[in-house]
Write a protein that binds this ligand. Structure first.
Ligand code: SF4
Ligand code: SF4
Length: 357
């Protein structure tokens, strides 16, 4: 299939990143199958095919210089090219069929097992958190690692009802996702940001900008003899951290934090269309380094779905079939008295960030 070509533009030209063989078949792929965990066969309209091998990366898809060199050396020998996936894994694209077995052995020996495809647990996605972000309420990569270690076998089993995607965000900004995942985990601060009155007044902060940045209208102003002060309404504040970005000199985040766990999100555009996750465990302790309270609840959700889900049934479809009330009961979550069978128990991350439990 001929695709209209794009002008080179200003951005680095993607065509220079793609081998000619792949570029020539761009837009001609008609179907794909999973040959074994982590190995995908893509078939083009002319019947030709390529193999792709997906491997798990450390949380946040972190890659050191030496790992990048190793991957580059493997691409030279075994594949046409490589790419980092949107879930922070890595795919070797165009793997030579006659070298596949040897390559899979190399990957396993080096600690990059092929997996995370089809009806398995996919790469656990997360934001950077403390690596270089100042907003983090919890360390998302550590939580992602704890989850990936705990459920390691699920990356390769291919026996879940459907794909399982778990995302972890260090704060409500959800750079690592959460709302779009089957299971989303999000860090939250225990209480609203604190205004340091002396420092705030001394910092000559742009009050108009500060007020306009708050997504819930939680910041009011108070005129004092020493200047204009910001007051944070505890009932309205969702602890999104935006005000701390605008006025770091005068507003600071609190230290204590926990996580909320949501279920039932997915971005696919199948018959149900994309859906946002809904919170089922609004306040879970996030204790490094074992994160036992999080793992226990995630395990309860996976076990219930694994045991009772029908083939092909994503978590959201499963919950809808058995009803939210029964699902909450089965996973040991608090039920809500007025919960209708089709209504999620709590509003989801996006529509309402009011976590006051
Ligand atoms: S989700 Fe929050 S903690 Fe994570 S990178 Fe984004 S702003 Fe930082
Ligand atoms: S944390 Fe977010 S919601 Fe709360 S006051 Fe600051 S900007 Fe507003």
């Amino acid at each position: 299939m001929n695709q209209p070509d794009l002008p080179a533009g200003i951005m680095p030209d993607y065509r220079r990143q793609i081998p000619e063989d792949l570029l020539a078949r761009r837009g001609s792929w008609v179907w794909h199958e999973i040959l074994q965990p982590g190995v995908i066969r893509h078939v083009a309209v002319d019947g030709s095919a390529i193999l792709t091998v997906r491997v798990l990366l450390p949380p946040n898809g972190l890659l050191s210089a030496s790992t990048l060199r190793l991957f580059a050396s493997w691409i030279r020998v075994y594949a046409l090219t490589g790419r980092r996936t949107s879930r922070q894994g890595f795919e070797f694209v165009g793997v030579r069929p006659e070298k596949l077995t040897e390559f899979l052995g190399k990957l396993r020996d080096a600690g990059f097992p092929p997996g995370g495809t089809g009806r398995s647990l996919h790469q656990v996605k997360c934001c950077t958190s403390f690596i270089h972000c100042q907003n983090a309420a919890v360390d998302a990569p550590s939580i992602a690692k704890a989850i990936a270690d705990h459920f390691y076998g699920e990356f390769f089993q291919n026996d879940l009802p459907a794909p399982l995607k778990i995302s972890v965000g260090g704060c409500p900004n959800q750079c690592g996702g959460g709302i779009e995942a089957d299971i989303g985990i999000m860090g939250l601060y225990e209480s609203v940001p604190e205004v340091d009155i002396e420092k705030f007044l001394a910092a000559n902060i742009d009050i108009g900008l500060l007020v306009s940045w708050c997504p819930t209208g939680a910041i009011r102003t108070k005129t004092t003899p020493k200047g204009t002060l910001a007051l944070i309404d505890r009932e309205r504040c969702v602890r999104c951290t935006s005000c701390v970005q605008v006025a770091p000199e005068g507003i600071r985040l609190q230290k204590k934090s926990y996580v909320a766990i949501a279920v039932g999100g997915h971005g696919g555009n199948g018959a149900r269309g994309p859906e946002m996750a809904a919170v089922v465990f609004p306040r879970v302790p996030a204790r490094p380094v074992e994160y036992g309270a999080i793992l226990k609840r995630v395990a309860g959700i996976i076990d219930c779905w694994h045991r009772e889900g029908l083939p092909g049934e994503r978590l959201a479809a499963f919950i809808e079939r058995i009803g939210w009330g029964r699902f909450l009961q089965k996973i040991g979550a608090d039920t809500v008295e007025d919960l209708g069978e089709k209504r999620p128990p709590y509003n989801n991350f996006r529509r309402d960030l009011h976590f006051r439990y």
